[in-house]
Design a protein around this ligand. Structure first.
Ligand SMILES: *[C@@H]1O[C@H](CO)[C@@H](O)[C@H](O)[C@H]1NC(C)=O
Ligand SMILES: *[C@@H]1O[C@H](CO)[C@@H](O)[C@H](O)[C@H]1NC(C)=O
Ligand SMILES: *[C@@H]1O[C@H](CO)[C@@H](O)[C@H](O)[C@H]1NC(C)=O
Length: 238
């Protein structure tokens, strides 16, 4: 009897673990399904190199020691080494970045849709924090040798508190963590999000929205009039 009970317990445990499986994680922003198998199909990730042709060089990336040139007014540059720069990471579920800070530089509020992050300060003193889905801010000051964890998908930032350069290394639990800057995701889109959406969302007038947009305009700028006429065209098709 006891043996039978043990077997039942074992079976119950096994069925629990197998039914607990989740969907495979997305490695890109989206993957729209196709009916036509002859259309161009992309895989969720990358193709694999023939293992017979793989060498140690496929697992080595060089140049991570190079300080990034900081070209933005915020004063910090994150240089990501993900599967796109380092194909050897394909299917391994990890990526790494270096973040260089100018004096008082800011790594702007952003999130990674596909990965949690461990962020290690190698040089300098940084004010860092993240915000939960309840809008609670967790914040701290980090010195050289300190590591902070940023949970997947939550908005976070780091600010250099000193008048010297700073430098950190960030590790991610995805080969393609992705990055969404909060300000650019609202004020730097292509095409632009209509004024009517942003004035209502932020409870400010058009002048304020225009000013914010001008700070975050993307390279491929589409004028608000074009955005408006695109909306009118969409309306005409309903
Ligand atoms: C980075 O390391 C390479 C060797 O892998 C070396 O040639 C190069 O000078 C180093 N660059 C810096 C900025 O230290
Ligand atoms: C930062 O350092 C620069 C150069 O040493 C100096 O000119 C500037 O006044 C300093 N700024 C602050 C806020 O300490
Ligand atoms: C827009 O709002 C700003 C800030 O409240 C204000 O200074 C400005 O006068 C307003 N502009 C218009 C056209 O209402």
């Amino acid at each position: 009897m006891c043996v039978i009970a043990a077997i039942f317990t074992l079976l119950a445990t096994l069925s629990f673990t197998t039914t607990n499986a989740s969907d495979p994680a997305a490695l890109q922003d989206f993957c729209v399904g196709v009916d036509d198998p002859y259309s161009t199909v992309f895989v969720n990730g990358k193709f694999c190199k023939n293992p017979k042709r793989v060498t140690i060089n496929d697992f080595v990336y060089k140049g991570f020691n190079k300080t990034s040139v900081i070209e933005n007014r915020q004063g910090a540059e994150a240089t990501l080494v993900s599967v796109d720069q380092f194909p050897g990471l394909n299917t391994l579920g990890v990526a790494i970045a270096r973040v260089d800070f100018a004096p008082f530089g800011l790594n702007t509020p952003h999130l990674h849709p596909r990965a949690s992050e461990a962020f290690a300060v190698m040089k300098g003193t940084l004010y860092a924090g993240f915000v939960t889905t309840e809008y609670k801010l967790y914040e701290t000051i980090l010195n050289e040798g300190d590591i902070i964890a940023f949970p997947q998908g939550l908005i976070h930032f780091q600010l250099n508190l000193r008048n010297t350069t700073a430098f950190a290394i960030a590790a991610f639990g995805s080969q393609n963590p992705g990055r969404v800057n909060v300000a650019s995701g609202v004020f730097g889109t292509t095409p632009k999000i209509l004024d009517d959406v942003l004035t209502k969302a932020y409870q400010v007038n058009r002048t304020v929205i225009e000013q914010l947009r001008s700070q975050f305009s993307s390279g491929k700028d589409v004028s608000i009039n074009t955005a408006r006429s695109m909306l009118l065209e969409m309306l005409s098709q309903i």
